[in-house]
Write a new protein. Structure first.
Length: 381
């Protein structure tokens, strides 16, 4: 059997600290037919000399143009039947490529395969395993959920059939959200599949580009807004979810793109035939009504909705945090702190209430609500 060629594109800028271990993880792959391409985006450190010590690696140098243009350069020079990315400070597990190729061979209708990952520190120690919050999603449901939040634990770990990038050029104006933009574009045309194995090690350190969380979120909002309200509504309508879940998802996306009044309208339309069976939806309806009203500075209404959400599910830490912020804005400082502490009791790794307590203690009027419900696996920034 002829093994299809896999192109692995590694974009790097001043990556001397980790590029050697990154390339060694590529050469350690159990899959035999690999083309590794390093696109050096204008590095001024020892990156070039380190890469050139690996004779089997294709090395391309360009003036500094940013991540998007570096990836476009990699796509221009790759020849693979499958295309994969690898960030220069991350690592593949040895079976990563083989597992993904076998998955795409088995499931002919799937064009892009993503997987679980290990989060590692600067010393290669595993911090935690990260999984997707979602089970297998059909193409329409994947896109609908993606507009709310990223479905894939780490976009750099995804493998694609080469047809996915035919005619696609990554937009350099999407700095800080290149991965999200690319995923939204591809999800409109191709089907993603989920391989439930940890095959990639994603490194968190101080110089990670995605550590700039505020700018990343700002650009992700821009990506969704570019679709337009009518297209967003159409995408949600074409999903397979029941009507109340469609309304809930639509409202969450509206809050994300700061259409708070539209979000409230969608949430008010959610009806319950049996509230006992709809505990989760009941919580989300009132939690997001709280968020929409808080963001419109309707603090008394927000307080009411958060309290109803807590009645529906008293074990959700994000509702206590947001109620605490609302109470603080209504001059209830002591009660706010009690709610922040309750949130921390429920989720020890939850950062927002800790930051809010610190803001109160230091006299900084910069309290933060949690816009989206908490993931099962929280990423620490």
């Amino acid at each position: 059997m002829v093994e299809e060629l896999v192109s692995i594109i590694i974009c790097v800028y001043n990556g001397e600290k980790y590029i050697e271990s990154c390339l060694k993880s590529v050469l350690a792959q159990t899959y035999p037919n690999i083309e590794a391409i390093v696109v050096d985006d204008g590095s001024t450190d020892r990156t070039s000399s380190i890469v050139k010590n690996f004779p089997g690696i294709k090395y391309i140098y360009q003036e500094n143009k940013g991540v998007a243009e570096a990836r476009n350069t990699g796509l221009k020079y790759c020849n693979g039947d499958y295309i994969a990315w690898l960030d220069a400070d991350d690592l593949y597990l040895p079976e990563k490529v083989e597992e993904q190729v076998n998955f795409l061979r088995k499931y002919k209708d799937i064009d892009c395969v993503y997987n679980d990952i290990f989060l590692i520190d600067v010393h290669d120690n595993v911090v935690k395993k990260l999984k997707s919050d979602y089970d297998d999603l059909n193409q329409n449901d994947f896109l609908a959920q993606l507009l709310f939040r990223q479905v894939i634990p780490c976009m750099a770990s995804t493998m694609y059939r080469k047809k996915c990038f035919e005619g696609l050029r990554i937009d350099p104006c999407m700095k800080y959200a290149e991965d999200y933009w690319m995923c939204v574009q591809l999800a409109q045309r191709f089907k993603f599949g989920y391989l439930r194995k940890a095959l990639y090690k994603y490194r968190r350190h101080d110089s990670n580009l995605t550590n700039n969380k505020a700018k990343q979120e700002e650009m992700e909002i821009k990506v969704v807004k570019q679709l337009g309200v009518e297209k967003i509504k159409r995408i949600i309508e074409e999903s397979s979810y029941p009507e109340h879940e469609k309304l809930l998802l639509l409202s969450k996306i509206f809050i994300k793109i700061m259409e708070y009044a539209e979000a409230s309208k969608a949430l008010e339309k959610i009806q319950f035939l049996d509230p006992i069976q709809c505990k989760e939806t009941l919580f989300f309806k009132y939690f997001y009504l709280g968020n929409a009203n808080y963001l419109m500075k309707e603090y008394k209404k927000a307080k009411y909705y958060y309290q109803v959400a807590i009645q529906a599910d008293p074990c959700r830490a994000e509702a206590y945090n947001n109620l605490g912020v609302t109470l603080f804005n209504l001059s209830g400082k002591m009660e706010a702190v009690r709610n922040f502490n309750k949130a921390i009791d429920l989720r020890k790794e939850y950062l927002d209430p800790r930051r809010n307590i610190k803001s109160i203690q230091t006299g900084v009027d910069d309290l933060k609500i949690t816009i989206r419900e908490l993931r099962d696996n929280l990423m620490v920034y």
